[in-house]
Ligand binder design. Sequence first.
Ligand code: SF4
Length: 363
Amino acid sequence: MSKFLPIESYSEKKEYKLLPFNFERLSDDRYFITNLVGEYLVVNSSDINNLINKSIDVTTPLFSDLRAKHFVRYAGEQSALQLLGLKVRTKHSRLADFTSLHIFVVTLRCDHSCPYCQVSRRSEDTSAFDMTREMADKSLDIVFRSPSPTIKIEFQGGEPLLNFDLIKYIVVEANKRNLISKRHLGFVIATTLSMLSDEHLEFCKDNNISLSSSLDGPESLHNSNRPRPGKDSHQRFVSGLNAARNILGHDQVSALMTTTDKSLPKVRDIIDEYLRLGFGEIFLRHLSPYGFAIKTKKYLAYNTDKWLDFYKEGLDYIIEINKAGVNFVEQATATIVAKMLTSNDPMYVDMMSCRGGYCCYCL
Ligand code: SF4
């Protein structure tokens, strides 16, 4: 005769403790529970009551799921705490290195006049809105005070190429400081590409600078969203894109889009334009209530429901494209899914919680 009792005799008597989690009611009988490391389960109301009252039968598959996803642990079980701690540390590992992304707004001047402009751009002749060398030097002092082994300096505007001499100055100075500091130093220029010249591109090539640009969709939509003298924003974007890809390499130029009310019926056309121009991804972005978007009330032009309809139609279309054998990514979904389903952080600043000092905008 075995000297051991059946397994149920042990497990039924086991007590469990709750680990930290949040929950939200989805409908009368469905609750969504989630925790610090992005694990989640959908349970019914009786399950959630039993969970909280610590009366779930520990032999059930539900208990196994809850334990595997770090919602509960057996009393006295230290390894569960250690594993949860390890996952939390991994998820927030960026904090140990402090800030790596530093944004230099080298000018507010711009040749465009987008009604949703987040920075309240200024006309091209108002140089009072340029960063000076003195400001740049002080900003570099702050950049190199960060202990991060990686430093990315992003030049934004306005149109940063309108103050290209200062960009050159900052890149040269940063490289000089980095001879001693020895970080992984990188640069990005956020530009419409409308003023891109061979001189700009040669400097970018010599200094390993990549370009981040804007494409709102097909020519008529893009030009309507992004007005400039000559009404040729899209044409300039395409010729700048081709020139930049030739000199810097295909993957050294990325693009972002902004959704206006005029974009809403055109999500498929927008995605097709990204495919036509050889991009492997798109970031479907809604308007944000900053700068001119507040003054012009552009951000009120559509509500959350309309935005979600646009987003869902776009996502369905992208899934169709992938099923047809073309690898094409929607970046918002990719970021959210990585945050939900893995312990890694995709490091996308706009989707980080602002808890004082965690993101570059706070510093
Ligand atoms: S959104 Fe960009 S391109 Fe448009 S006006 Fe503002 S700074 Fe210029």
